[in-house]
Design a protein. Structure first.
Length: 100
């Protein structure tokens, strides 16, 4: 399956990696990117390995780190996985509802 990022997910990922580099270190950012790639490989090979969101029908929740979760959907007819958003778990959960 092919993995695609929504515009929202691309923007959030860019902001997050910039934040990690500017406020922590390049090594912290690289570690995060490595964990993210591992999770994406996991869902690419087994799209239903993460739990389905109880709040958002059709979306799956993948915990990347304690602070970061990505939400994605599986488009079987197109053989694609679309990453909808990357969410900072320290934020107000209502913000996630607005994003989705």
């Amino acid at each position: 399956m092919q993995v695609l990022y929504s515009k929202l997910a691309r923007n959030k990922l860019l902001k997050l990696t910039n934040y990690l580099t500017e406020n922590w270190s390049l090594q912290i950012k690289n570690n995060f990117v490595k964990k993210l790639r591992l999770k994406i490989t996991q869902i690419k090979h087994n799209p239903y390995s993460c739990i389905e969101s109880s709040k958002f029908k059709g979306l799956y929740k993948c915990v990347v780190t304690k602070q970061t979760t990505l939400y994605y959907r599986v488009l079987e007819n197109q053989e694609e996985i679309e990453i909808i958003t990357i969410f900072d778990t320290k934020q107000n959960p209502d913000k996630l509802k607005r994003d989705l």
